[in-house]
Design a protein around this ligand. Structure first.
Ligand code: C5P
Length: 222
């Protein structure tokens, strides 16, 4: 297709979500938060008490997942069975489960078309781990956003403190490293930069600086 896609891949807590929302607003393009799809599937699997042992059962569940994204003023909301589950998706438990099921080839395959269906006019900003490598390999612009685990842990701490949630830095850092390890080392669609991706290291950059760099990259290609 000729509909342009900008892929933004990178590890957990690097600020992909924030960058992608800004880019989608700026260009008035569609937004795919692929992590949310894995998280909704995780939520549904936990709700239904489905075991991780049978990949076939998980595959069927993934194929039939009654999932909808709706854009509201407050942002993109996720509906499961027409119920808004957006507030339930960001927990540690769901994140862990999402990263476990995301390592299963049949689950990833089952979610592929659903992700590609987001490629609608006038364009798409796609946020994930394998957007540039697997889901949209023909994307005209690919960005890989990285930052040190320590910088990501600090940002996460600040975010939690702002929401008055008590957190321990060492624990957060440990979780971030564990999630990286799993996402980077799985055999199927591991987190890695596409060979034709632009790297932005946000360790010492503000959100606005990251946004400006991304804009420059996109405008040079589209
Ligand atoms: O990005 P987010 O933290 O919401 O993603 C949750 C989990 O889903 C990640 O840790 C990762 O294992 C998985 N994921 C993936 N491929 C994507 C997006 C997310 O494997 N494209």
């Amino acid at each position: 297709t000729h509909i342009p896609v900008v892929t933004v891949d990178g590890p957990s807590g690097v600020g992909k979500g924030t960058l992608c929302v800004l880019l989608a607003k700026h260009f008035k393009w569609n937004l795919l938060d692929s992590g949310a799809i894995y998280r909704v599937l995780a939520l549904s699997i936990l709700d239904h008490n489905i075991s991780l042992d049978s990949e076939d059962v998980l595959e069927t569940h993934a194929l039939n997942l009654p999932l909808k994204f709706v854009t509201m003023e407050s942002g993109v909301h996720v509906l499961l069975n027409d119920i808004d589950v957006s507030d339930k998706l960001r927990t540690q438990e769901i994140g862990e489960m999402a990263s476990k099921i995301a390592a299963l080839p049949k689950v990833r395959e089952a979610l592929l078309q659903r992700q590609r269906d987001f490629r609608n006019k006038p364009g798409l900003i796609a946020d994930g781990r394998d957007m540039g490598t697997v889901v949209f390999p023909d994307a005209p612009v690919k960005i890989f956003l990285d930052a040190s685990p320590e910088a990501r842990a600090e940002r996460r701490m600040k975010q939690l403190q702002k929401n008055k949630i008590c957190a321990i830095y060492d624990e957060i850092l440990h979780e971030i490293k564990a999630r990286d390890e799993r996402d980077r080392n799985r055999t199927i669609a591991p987190l890695k930069s596409a060979s034709d991706a632009f790297l932005i290291d946000s360790t010492d950059l503000t959100i606005d600086e990251v946004f400006q760099q991304a804009l420059k990259i996109i405008k040079s290609k589209i």
